[in-house]
Structure formats: C-alpha cells, structure tokens
Design a protein around this ligand. Structure first.
Ligand code: 7TS
Length: 406
C-alpha cells in the first residue's frame, strides 16, 4: 500500500520548521523520532484534565488515570503479542529495562565463572549493565565478533555457547550499523544450552513487527521515544515464570503487598518491578504512539523505510568517495558512512547549517568504531515521514561538504 506521506507529515508539528533558515530535514530518528499531534495531545490532555496518581486513589481522577495507564499496558501487550499483561513492565526506557534484568539476575542467577554473551555491535546500554553484573557476580563477559559486512559471526556465536552460558543479550537491530540480527536463529541456540535470552529491541520496535511469543525470547525491551512516543518511558517484557522467580529491583511504593519493619512482602506482577510513581503521562503517550503505528501498519512503515534506505544508499554510492560502515544483507533504515578524508564531525556541522539533522560520532557504540578502526560515522536514519525529496537535499549537502573540504 502506498502511504500518504504528505498526510503523515502533516501530523508532525516539529517537521514544519526552518533550521538555520532552511526547511528541517530530520534524519536522526534512530536517536529519537519526532512526535505526532495525537501523542502530544494525549499527554497534554492528561495534564490538563486527568492528572492524578495511579493505583492508589479511590477518587474519580485517580481511577480514571489508572484505567488509562492500564489500557496502555494492554496496548503494549497487543503490540508485541505477549501472553499476559503481567509480563509487561513499564520502565523509563530500554536502558532501565536492561539494568533491571542485569541487576536482578546478578543477585538471583549469575555465579562465579558463569558466562554472559553479548555482541560486538551493542549500544553501551547493552554492554555496561552486563559488565556491572559480572563485577557483582563473578560472571565473565563474552563477545560475538562482527564480520566486515556488519553481520554477526554466527559460527563464532555457536562456538561461544556452552553449558556455562547463562544469558545471551543482543540487539534486534543495531543502532550504529542498521544490521538486523538473526534473533529467530540465535534465541533457540542459546536456549538449547539452558541460557536465557534478552533482546534489545530499541531500534526494532518502530520498524518491525514484534511477536515475543513467536520469538520465544525470555526478555524483550524497547523505548517509546524511538517509536513516535514520549521520552522517559519504555517497556520490559519478560516471561512470567522468570519474572516471578526474579527478586525485585527498586524498593518503594507500589511494588509491595505489606511492609513491616521485620520485613516486607512483594506485590504481584507486573507491579513488583514498578516501584514508585511512574511516568503516567509517558505511559498514556506510549499508548497513543502505538495507535499511531497501528493505524498506518508496521509493515507499511517498514516498506516505506526500506525504499528510503535503498534510495539513499544508491544516491550516496553515485556521489563517490563514500565508505559505508555496515552493509549487512538484512538491514533497517540506517545508513552509517564516512566521506573519505573528511571527519564526520566537520561534515555533520556543515549539514546542520543546511538544516539537515544527522548523527555524527560513535552513536553510544564505541566498540563498533574500534572494530572498524574509525573515530565515528555519519549516520542518517529514517522514519515513516521521511521522503526521497529530503534525501535529494541531503545528497546536495554531501556534495557541498565535499566541495568545501575536498
Ligand atoms: N539499545 C539500542 C540498540 C539503542 O539504539 C539505544 C538508543 C538504546 C539501547 C538506549 O535507549 P534509551 O531509550 O534507553 O536511551 N540509541 C540511541 C542512538 O542510536 N542515538 O541516541 C540514542
């Protein structure tokens, strides 16, 4: 189905502005996407009319806010096809979701000499929490290497797996390279060895259909702000039988059943992992962002972005002197590249002056840059509202950069 991109763009107020006197071209969607009016309205409406704390008041506003927050949880469940709402923990984002699992597993599961496997193309938030878990528990971190193409070395992965492997944590889509990892293949390989699997879906939730039951992963996490929703809210999906065994993360209100000085008992799932007043407006905004995606259809979004990726890659190739970093066969709407002889930061600064927002640097994936022996890349990442005309403006910008520094 051909999407009405003009109509979609009209729903995003932030896209209709000038930056440095030029119409904004926003290609930094892997960092965070812009927000449609329906998400902004849902949040504004909550603060204008519904503001109240949830899960505790008997009064009207509190019950109404609680209902809306729980509607959001159900929307998330449906969005990722989870089995039950008890499995949906609303967090501050992907980073908090991974830290929650790493912290709880280091108390409950990991022992001296156990092994945790991550990949060479992880975001820092899927590296550092596991390093901290290793420090706490004596477990050892192992890393799946990446091939020159930007694809994971699957033979090396098979060889890393053994009876000591307790957890595999990999991203579904790499933010630095755009590689779509073969998680459908990776998950059962780990589980055959008795390991748990966490999938970092920060980059996949906005672009791919997610079915946690079909994937059969033990944990899946993502952030609302990369999928047209607000910042400061995200999701941890975990299998119920594992979440039930895990100790709680944050202690405080909401996550308890009974508190006595001699000891406290913990609440049922999912509240056991949701201590403190949550980002209520954020949860309500997340529900609106899911509705936005579902109205367009995730497969239509993916098709639009695939077209943009193919077009941008072809046009960049035509300009010459481009080194692509990450050329996996199976790739999402991210182009990471360098212009030969030009520092990405210099190029990014010139593009900014032309109203073009791309990301330059290590993209919170420093080991990827070390692996490819580069200081960083220029990264253009696409969302459903981007157009080929914007890519043409971007390519003109690349020509200007080359003229200035070439
Ligand atoms: N995992 C991946 C694969 C990511 O791309 C990001 C954020 C995170 C985890 C962390 O998500 P957060 O919402 O908790 O911060 N990625 C990026 C990026 O590529 N540029 O800025 C943030």
């Amino acid at each position: 189905m051909a999407l009405d991109i003009k109509n979609i763009r009209a729903q995003f107020p932030a896209l209709h502005q000038e930056v440095h006197g030029r119409p904004l071209v926003y290609f930094d969607n892997a960092a965070t996407s812009q927000k449609p009016q329906m998400v902004i309205d849902a949040i504004a409406h909550y603060y204008n009319k519904e503001n109240s704390n949830i899960h505790r008041g008997v009064h009207f506003l509190s019950q109404q806010a609680t209902d809306k927050y729980e509607v959001a949880r159900e929307a998330v469940r449906r969005f990722i096809n989870a089995d039950a709402i008890e499995e949906i923990i609303i967090t501050r984002g992907t980073t908090e979701a991974i830290n929650l699992v790493a912290s709880c597993l280091s108390q409950w599961l990991f022992k001296e000499g156990d092994e945790i496997i991550i990949s060479a193309i992880e975001h820092h938030s899927n590296i550092v929490p596991w390093q901290m878990a290793c420090e706490r528990s004596g477990a050892v971190l192992k890393v799946i290497p990446v091939l020159d193409s930007g694809e994971l070395d699957m033979d090396a992965y098979r060889n890393l797996l053994n009876d000591k492997t307790k957890l595999v944590a990999v991203n579904h889509i790499s933010n630095a390279l755009g590689t779509i990892n073969p998680v459908e293949e990776m998950i059962p390989l780990a589980q055959e060895k008795g390991a748990l699997v966490l999938i970092d879906g920060a980059q996949s939730a906005p672009h791919t259909d997610i079915d946690v039951q079909a994937l059969n992963c033990d944990f899946y996490c993502f952030s609302a702000h990369k999928m047209y929703g607000p910042t400061g809210v995200g999701v941890l999906h975990g299998k119920k039988e594992i979440l039930e065994k895990m100790p709680p993360y944050h202690g405080g209100g909401e996550m308890i059943k009974e508190v006595k000085f001699e000891g406290s008992t913990y609440n049922d799932l999912p509240f056991k992992f949701e201590g403190g007043t949550p980002n209520i407006a954020g949860g309500i905004g997340l529900e609106a962002s899911i509705r936005f995606i579902e109205e367009i259809g995730i497969e239509n979004i993916a098709a639009q972005e695939a077209e943009l990726l193919a077009y941008a890659t072809e046009k960049l190739k035509e300009t010459g002197g481009i080194r692509f970093v990450g050329e996996a066969k199976n790739k999402a709407g991210v182009v990471s590249f360098l212009i030969e002889g030009i520092h990405p930061y210099d190029a990014g600064t010139i593009l900014d002056k032309l109203g073009i927002a791309i990301r330059t640097g290590h993209h919170c994936a420093q080991p990827v840059m070390d692996r490819f022996d580069i200081p960083g890349t220029m990264r253009a990442s696409f969302a459903v509202y981007n157009t080929k005309e914007e890519i043409d403006v971007f390519i003109e910008g690349i020509h200007k950069v080359k003229q200035m520094f070439g």
